[in-house]
Ligand binder design. Structure first.
Ligand code: AMP
Length: 412
């Protein structure tokens, strides 16, 4: 575990970044859309959660009572709520002594000039508040409940700040602001709502936790797990590529997290370095569920995600399943080791599409035979032939570099 001093130094080293400057080309073309039904999704998420749920660290007393009356999760929820955090049950960083940095007043300054009030259906869709969530509602939160620290970054719809809850036990979080009117302008109300619904119900050490959310007239605020070491993409840009040891460890964590998501019928669909953050100990956290879909039993045809990470079935407009994430894991493995995605073609989209559809894969000679094996087994044209995630985690290239004590739970 990092000492408080180390954590403070690591946090001080954080710089403000803007994803807008580094984000690569994304395609948003839609071929056929199977409309996601909000109510069905809520029901399914709730159903699945009664099977996999871990407690919310900010529950209301009434939600705990509700949980206590439910046979399936009651005893687990209450027992776990009183236990200290474990690696498989992450809680927000509890550190009153951590320097959260100096606030620049950005939330208020920006609120004066940015965004507009919204009305009608959009206003209803975006009245997002975890204190009235159907499953394990949190207590009510307001902006005044937080001491605000340094800016962490700027996203498409607003800023992200490092914050600490004013009340005990002074949790450290990342507070992300989204301007409602800009969400409406981009016509992504449903997508944002879905992102929040999905992420709020996920609990895994390598999936960025969403602890709660609230809104005011113009904005939505997301209380996110603080990822102390920032963006993985920044590390990749800094070093060009990663060693096989580092790549293998990240891929192990990714396979673990994706296995968890798939078991809950959540397909991420937008796995790429830009959507990955690093925790205080350098552990990987899948963030950004903007393209994820919760679709038990159904196959989707929506074309989405970053071009370089699209699998052949999506490029060709065919139905796709959770195996799209296996393909993306193969692309990620290649990019970590080689420094660029395997089908990148600077002459344009069409050339990249063609290379993906042909699985035109050329692995440099410097890549070890074991890593090469993982990449080729994931980058299979036929989705059903892609290696299962549990097999990835048992592969010699992964086992060889896994550090002692790393959780192998879920590998059967
Ligand atoms: P986003 O709006 O999610 O694209 O976030 C903008 C930037 O804020 C990211 O690129 C990160 O640098 C930073 N950021 C977002 N969420 C977090 C978090 N949970 N912890 C630390 N930094 C974050």
């Amino acid at each position: 575990m990092a000492s408080v001093g180390q954590i403070t130094r690591q946090i001080s080293a954080l710089e403000i970044s803007s994803k807008q400057n580094t984000t690569r080309t994304t395609t948003t073309a839609t071929t056929t859309t199977t409309q996601h039904k909000k109510n069905a999704s809520q029901t399914n998420v709730t159903k699945l959660l009664s099977k996999y749920a871990a407690p919310n660290p900010f529950p209301t007393s009434s939600s705990l009572q509700k949980a206590a009356s439910s046979q399936s999760i009651a005893s687990k929820t209450q027992q776990e709520a009183s236990r200290p955090p474990s690696p498989t049950r992450p809680a927000p960083v509890k550190q009153h002594t951590i320097d959260i940095g100096k606030y620049d007043g950005g939330f208020e300054i920006e609120n004066e000039t940015r965004g507009a009030k919204i009305t009608g259906q959009a206003a209803e869709d975006l009245a997002l508040d975890s204190s009235v969530a159907a499953y394990l509602p949190t207590r009510e939160w307001h902006l005044t409940d937080f001491d605000i620290g340094r800016p962490l970054g700027k996203g498409k719809f607003g800023r992200v700040y490092m914050v600490r809850t004013k009340t005990e036990p002074h949790y450290i979080l990342a507070l992300k602001c989204l301007y409602k009117s800009e969400i409406v302008q981009s016509r992504v109300e449903k997508q944002i709502r879905r992102e929040i619904e999905i992420q709020q119900n996920l609990r895994h050490p390598h999936v960025l936790r969403l602890y709660g959310y609230f809104h005011d007239e113009k904005r939505i605020f997301l209380m996110l797990e603080f990822a102390g070491k920032g963006e993985l993409y920044r590390q990749l840009t800094k070093y060009g590529s990663f060693t096989e040891k580092r790549s293998s460890r990240y891929i192990d964590q990714m396979a673990d997290a994706l296995g968890y998501l798939h078991a809950k019928h959540v397909i991420h669909r937008d796995i790429k370095p830009e959507n990955l953050l690093l925790g205080i100990n350098g552990e990987l956290k899948i963030a950004d569920f903007g393209w994820s879909v919760h679709a038990p039993g159904s196959r989707r045809k929506t074309l989405c995600g970053t071009l370089d990470y699209l699998p052949p079935e999506m490029v060709e407009g065919r139905e796709h399943s959770e195996k799209v994430d296996h393909w993306a894991l193969g692309v990620l493995t290649y990019e970590f080791i080689c420094g660029a995605p395997p089908f990148e073609d600077l002459s344009g989209y069409n050339a990249t599409y063609k290379r993906i559809a042909r699985v035109d894969l050329k692995i440099p000679a410097k890549v070890s035979p074991e890593a090469r094996d993982v990449i080729t087994r994931l980058l299979q044209y036929d989705p059903e032939k892609r290696i299962p995630l549990s097999e990835v985690r048992k592969h010699p290239w992964i086992v060889k570099y896994r550090s002692k004590g790393h959780s192998t739970a879920g590998i059967s």
